[in-house]
Design a protein around this ligand. Structure first.
Ligand SMILES: C[S@@+](CC[C@H](N)C(=O)[O-])C[C@H]1O[C@@H](n2cnc3c(N)ncnc32)[C@H](O)[C@@H]1O
Length: 305
């Protein structure tokens, strides 16, 4: 795979951008970048009619570079004068150490094992499951929740303890996932046996991502994902999950508590450890079951009597 490129930057009048871009795409087989140049304020009036743009092409960093560079120079010299405002400036070639910024984070998102049985794997990675593994496939898109963040991880581990501990049994009752992000917690709940899950998020894009991930994991028919406001939900849930920041958890405390069935568990994450007392004070009717910590984060499991 090509990792480094020579970037060739050509300054041309706006009217010439299209034919130059077309030429570069044909010449290189790669995309082009088009940028506005800094305008010279002294000649702003004339530049407004013929603003100069920089068109960037990407050439392979090999023996063909010099030949390709002179073909670009020839193209500019021959075709440029037909465009008003064109002044021949030799194109500038620089080496670009290729990093795929848009997808860079994916390199760091590897299959990750959590707790006893959960494994989260990105859709593009191969993983050979071991017996008993519950494998969650995630394509996070723009939404939060690869499982790599301590707040997600602790949530999942707490959920697993509730589900598989001798005292906990299985997830027989419904689950509510508030701030579902990528849908990772809802998928985990479904894989742990929950028959009905309600997943909500204030961000419509997150709900879209969640729906795609639900399909991907074959659990879409058991999870209702939407932007429904927590205050508009009714019914009682055996487990309520909320990985949101401390202040928001406190703000929502009354509504979260109201949705818990008697004996139900509330797993709260996204809490900076220094804010644990503040959050606990917001849920006076519930009993603290555990409060694991990782880095600067704490996760609270509370239970309704
Ligand atoms: C830290 S992410 C958690 C994502 C996922 N649940 C996880 O554990 O990885 C928090 C999510 O909560 C959503 N959110 C924040 N406030 C909310 C609220 N009041 N109601 C519903 N969703 C909320 C955000 O849009 C974001 O997607």
């Amino acid at each position: 795979m090509q990792t480094d490129w020579a970037e060739i930057a050509c300054e041309v009048p706006a009217e010439m951008v299209d034919i130059l871009a077309e030429f570069l795409v044909e010449l290189t087989g790669n995309g082009v970048g088009i940028e506005n140049l800094h305008l010279d304020t002294f000649s702003l009036d004339s530049l407004e009619d013929t603003p100069v743009k920089t068109v960037k092409g990407y050439l392979p960093l090999d023996d063909s570079l010099e030949e390709l560079r002179s073909r670009v120079e020839r193209f500019l010299a021959e075709r440029g004068p037909a465009f008003a405002g064109f002044v021949y400036t030799p194109p500038v070639v620089s080496v670009v150490r290729h990093e795929d910024w848009a997808n860079n984070w994916k390199v760091h998102f590897k299959p990750v094992r959590l707790g006893e049985r959960l494994v989260i794997k990105p859709t593009w990675e191969e993983y050979q499951p071991k017996a008993g593994d519950l494998v969650i496939q995630i394509d996070p898109g723009m939404a939060f929740g690869t499982g790599a963040h301590p707040t997600t991880r602790m949530c999942l581990e707490s959920l697993e303890r509730i589900c598989f501990d001798a005292s906990g049994g299985t997830l027989s009752g419904p689950v509510l996932d508030v701030g579902t992000g990528s849908g990772v917690l809802s998928i985990a709940a479904a894989l742990m046996g929950a028959a009905r899950i309600v997943a909500i998020d204030i961000d419509p894009e997150a709900v879209e991502v969640t729906r795609e991930n639900l399909e991907l994991n074959g659990v879409a028919e058991r999870v209702e994902a939407s932007t429904t406001d927590l205050g508009d939900l009714t019914g009682e849930f055996q487990v309520v999950l909320a990985n949101i920041l401390a202040e928001e958890l406190v703000r929502l405390a009354g509504q979260l508590t109201a949705r818990l069935a008697p004996g139900g568990w509330l797993i709260l994450s996204g809490i900076l450890t220094e804010k644990v007392p503040m959050v606990l004070a917001g849920f006076p009717g519930l009993t603290l079951v555990e409060s694991p910590e990782e880095a600067e984060w704490s996760c609270l499991t509370l239970r309704k009597p």
